[in-house]
Ligand binder design. Sequence first.
Ligand code: MTE
Ligand code: MO
Length: 288
Amino acid sequence: SEYSQEPPRDPCLKEPFNAEPPRSALVSSYVTPVHLFYKRNHGPIPIVDHIENYSVAVTGLIDNPKMLFIKDIRSLPKYNVTATLQCAGNRRTAMSKVRNVRGVGWDVSAIGNAVWGGAKLADVLELLGIPKLTGFTTLGGSHVEFVSVDRCKEENGGPYKASIPLSQATNPDADVLLAYEMNGEILNRDHGFPLRVVVPGVIGARSVKWLDSINLLAEECQEITKKEKVKEEKIKWNCIQAWIKSTEVIAKAVDSAANVQPENVESVWNLRGVLNTSWHRVLLRLGH
Ligand code: MTE
Ligand code: MO
């Protein structure tokens, strides 16, 4: 079958290719071990062999389109960036309790923290004549699209792709990587061998695995817009509260501009069940 050549996986992860570890495994260490890191795929894991011949085409709105081989990428300075990847659909199950949503039924562990090793995209683009910290190329490109070699079920067999703004791609401080290592080991097939993009600070969907080409575009790639961005729908909600002898532990983030995550999942509910940034609550039942 199409899935007969999947890589071996830890048996505690659910079959076959969208999998998250149990909560206990996730909190056991700051850096998530590779074998317990969640896996999110839209098609079969591609087999990329003959690494010497593997290349990334850089095309689109640039003056000199080019093929980059693994050795070109490895010859650039190597950075180790500790970054969290989180699927936009993480904690979807909690959202679906408000009202039914569509998508992979993630609990709370479609998130992981890894040390990614690779070249900075800003250095790669500089090799191609695109200066650092630029918002536009000479030809007017403003987004950098990453296209994979895998074939998505949902895209009628087309490749998986996503883009980021050029200003982020060319900013060395944004730490966007073309990574060939994860936690000090060669990237494995599940996580994008031989090369993946890692875009810290945004939804995991932009960290394209099994990179095949990089395209300079005039505008944002529409794939993710279709898949993960959604129109919010206001819903009427009736809350029933029951008194039980219990206490709640809540995690919420506040940034330096004092933006706070939304208190309740109801206010962020959407049909695709993504971006559940509401306070994470864990109910502790106290002994009787
Ligand atoms: N890249 C490719 N080529 N194909 C995919 O299906 N899934 C994306 C992203 N990159 C995907 C991809 C999504 S939605 C997420 S959340 C992350 O990869 C998951 O990365 P991981 O499987 O290494 O945890
Ligand atoms: Mo995702």
